[in-house]
Design a protein around this ligand. Structure first.
Ligand code: NAG
Ligand code: NAG
Ligand code: NAG
Ligand code: NAG
Ligand code: NAG
Ligand code: NAG
Ligand code: NAG
Length: 282
């Protein structure tokens, strides 16, 4: 009957064997799976119907371009949105709704940019997309929520046709139908809904609408803001009429991203514009 130090000795050997076996299994398992995971990061964004959009995805860069595989998938869609493999596009499994409309920034893949360019964004492009990356370092994926709609910055003008001194705020394309509110610098917190009139006019493609809002009884030397907002974007147009000039500025912000995206063609600083008829505002 084994006893005392003998039992302790055999027990230690068995423990060591178990530990070694576990370590070997771990090493073999790691070797078979071959790769560990890499970091992939997406950011939520919104697409403007009829324009080109970008679905943003980045990953840990890898110098072996030929080993990088980028796959874009969309929930509920069979096949791929886009595949980039061995340094070029591989589109044999692409779903037809994306045919001819997608591209990765091929020269940016090497620095870890897997973002997808989507041409001529459609309302039906909204949904959950997945960005799958495989490199010689490992694999990873991330999802993003893509919203689609229409948004545009308003143009601010003095409405010369109205019977009282009025301002006109006009934005060509919005969808879904936004809310429109006015504010002024002098009467902060005032409710202008009784002295304004907003209308929505369907554009010819029967989806987006033109937004026109007129604010009556405005005064000189005051700054008025027209704020247009839906679940995707918020746009603001400001106008100030003084004795000598009309100043305007506008801004567009995408709400889903949380990042303020100023429309590239619109300056945030005041843009003075001289208009001969400004004197109608006394
Ligand atoms: C990826 O590259 C494109 C094209 O240069 C650029 O517009 C985009 O901002 C880049 N994305 C990221 C996340 O760096
Ligand atoms: C003012 O009225 C004229 C003629 O009715 C029209 O052509 C013009 O577009 C109107 N301007 C605005 C800003 O509504
Ligand atoms: C402004 O007043 C109208 C009714 O006159 C009301 O329906 C609306 O909610 C008010 N808006 C704000 C922001 O208080
Ligand atoms: C504009 O002001 C005038 C006089 O103060 C008033 O009679 C008129 O009803 C106002 N118009 C609107 C649309 O509130
Ligand atoms: C608001 O505008 C619409 C169309 O421009 C017009 O038919 C309507 O009479 C206006 N309402 C008021 C209260 O001014
Ligand atoms: C928009 O709707 C109108 C009326 O419903 C229709 O006549 C027209 O063909 C439609 N346009 C488009 C581009 O679908
Ligand atoms: C507007 O402001 C200018 C300069 O600040 C001033 O000279 C002018 O009298 C003001 N006009 C009115 C109507 O308040």
């Amino acid at each position: 009957k084994p006893s005392g130090p003998g039992l302790f000795f055999w027990g230690s050997i068995i423990n060591i064997i178990i530990i070694l076996a576990g370590a070997i299994a771990f090493i073999i398992g790691f070797g078979i799976s071959g790769k560990h995971s890499i970091t992939v990061t997406t950011s939520t964004s919104a697409g403007n119907i009829g324009e080109d959009g970008t679905l943003s995805c980045t990953f840990e860069p890898d110098i072996k371009l030929n080993g990088i595989v980028i796959q874009w998938l969309k929930d509920g869609v069979m096949g791929l949105v886009h595949e980039f493999k061995g340094g070029r596009d591989e589109l044999s499994d692409q779903h037809e709704m994306f045919r001819g409309r997608t591209a990765v920034f091929a020269d940016q893949v090497i620095v870890g940019n897997a973002s997808l360019r989507l041409k001529n964004v459609r309302l039906t492009d909204a949904g959950t997309y997945k960005c799958h990356i495989s490199t010689s370092k490992g694999k990873g994926h991330a999802s993003l929520e893509y919203k689609t709609g229409a948004f545009s910055v308003p143009e601010m003008n003095v409405d010369y046709n109205a019977s009282s001194e009025s301002l006109r705020c006009e934005a060509p394309r919005w969808f879904p139908q936004p809310t429109v509110a006015w504010a002024s610098q002098i009467d902060q917190g005032a409710n202008f809904s009784e002295v304004s009139n907003t209308s929505f006019e369907l554009n010819s493609e029967n989806v987006t609408m033109k937004v026109v809002s007129v604010l009556y009884n405005v005064t000189i030397n005051n700054t008025y803001s027209c704020m247009i907002e839906n679940n995707i974007a918020k746009a603001t147009g400001d106008i100030k009429v003084t004795d000598s000039e009309i100043k305007r500025r506008s801004q567009l912000q995408l709400l889903s991203s949380g990042v303020s995206l100023c429309a590239s063609s619109f300056a945030l600083s005041w843009v003075p514009m001289s208009l001969s008829t400004y004197l109608m505002l006394r």
